[in-house]
Design a protein around this ligand. Structure first.
Ligand code: FES
Length: 60
């Protein structure tokens, strides 16, 4: 599932970063060679990175 449409980032990529100890969305996006554009994904990315699998449901 895509977490960030603007950067085509998948949930799996964030889980890989979580396993590597990343807990900050800024660091995660930087490690993936991008940065937030519209920001819509940030609440979900933040929840994943800080709470493991406790991401809020995606709207829409
Ligand atoms: S969906 Fe991630 S920056 Fe737009």
């Amino acid at each position: 599932m895509y977490i960030c449409v603007c950067n085509a980032l998948r949930e799996r990529q964030l889980h890989d970063l979580i396993e590597a100890g990343v807990r900050c969305e800024k660091e995660a996006y930087a490690r993936l060679g991008c940065r937030p554009q519209c920001g819509t994904c940030l609440p979900v990315a933040r929840a994943l990175l800080r709470g493991g699998n406790k991401a809020p449901a995606l709207a829409g």
